[in-house]
Design a protein around this ligand. Structure first.
Ligand SMILES: C[S@@+](CC[C@H](N)C(=O)[O-])C[C@H]1O[C@@H](n2cnc3c(N)ncnc32)[C@H](O)[C@@H]1O
Length: 293
């Protein structure tokens, strides 16, 4: 790959997916795109770039997808899901008692382990949310991961990563070497293709947003803009969950830390917490959910 090819790919990936590659990531591009070039019967990356420059849109979309990192696993980092069970859901169950509905967005949901972990937490909440209307919207840039997520079929390796054995037994059915997630949990999650660089206001507003381990690939300016747009999608007492290595500090003032719950944030105009885990009741703005149905 020539330095010009690398520059072309860097610029294109930044524009299309937000991926901010440093000058020394040629090896990463080569390891992901040489197999793609071969699959397309091309000699290598220079020929791939030539086709892209000539307007091969489907191939360009494949390149963008191939450069995404889809690493994920069930109950990743554990802590956000403990926070959800122990603090966030009880607080929202109280604050939304009249409305009896909850909307959760899992942005960058990859192959489904994260939205399905959230779905299992809601299921495990049992009586607290019985009879409630709960929606989990899972979105990702990559169609391939969304397809896998929708199928809800996981390998032995995948179910061994993070999923407690009792949940495996309770919510999955074994089929040879694979595990099929049961229909009731699958049915709790809606899937949509969505690029975080583009407008996402049509999704409506949410009580909880998980946006984990995706913004780490973006530059500061892109992160700040996305945080700001996400903050407009959260209810005033809603909660944002970030990945273990992520933070809003030094990037945006749109969020402040959720007290005593590492990795969780609230919109900056959020009401103060008066008792651990229980949010003050504030009047809820009307929600625009029609487009997310
Ligand atoms: C490392 S995975 C994180 C999955 C999950 N959130 C977790 O923490 O386990 C990052 C995901 O972000 C998606 N992604 C990358 N760029 C994106 C973008 N611009 N818009 C939406 N999703 C994107 C990738 O396709 C990938 O599935």
């Amino acid at each position: 790959m020539t330095p010009q090819d690398y520059e072309y790919l860097r610029k294109l990936l930044k524009e299309r997916s937000g991926l901010d590659l440093s000058a020394d990531k040629q090896y990463l591009v080569e390891s992901r795109l040489v197999p793609l070039a071969r699959k397309a019967s091309l000699a290598g990356i220079p020929e791939l770039v030539q086709k892209m420059k000539a307007g091969a849109e489907a191939l360009t979309a494949e390149v963008v997808e191939a450069m995404t990192t889809n690493e994920t696993f069930f109950f990743r980092d554990k802590l956000p899901f403990d926070h959800l069970k122990e603090a966030v859901l009880p607080a929202l169950a109280q604050a939304r008692a009249a409305r009896r509905s909850l909307r959760i967005w899992c942005a960058a949901s990859s192959t489904g382990q994260e939205p399905y972990s959230i779905a299992m937490c809601l299921k495990e909440a049992g009586a607290m949310l019985a009879g409630w209307r709960t929606e989990i919207v899972a979105t990702d840039l990559s169609l391939a991961v969304l397809e896998k997520s929708k199928a809800g079929i996981f390998s032995q390796f995948e179910v061994q990563r993070g999923l407690p054995i009792q949940m495996l037994v309770k919510y999955f059915t074994q089929n040879g070497e694979l595990w099929q997630l049961n229909a009731d949990i699958r049915g709790m999650v809606q899937h949509r293709q969505l690029n975080l660089l583009q407008d996402f206001s049509h999704l409506g507003t949410f009580d909880v947003i998980f946006c984990r381990n995706v913004l780490i690939y973006f530059d500061q300016d892109t992160k700040a803009k996305i945080f700001e747009r996400i903050s407009r999608m959260l209810e005033p007492d809603g909660v944002l969950a970030l990945g273990a290595a992520e933070s809003v500090v030094g990037i945006t003032n749109a969020f402040k830390p959720y007290p005593d719950r590492r990795g969780l944030y609230r919109p900056n105009a959020a009401p103060t917490i008066v008792r651990p885990g229980v949010a003050t009741l504030v009047p809820q703005a009307p929600r625009s959910v029609a487009s997310a149905r």
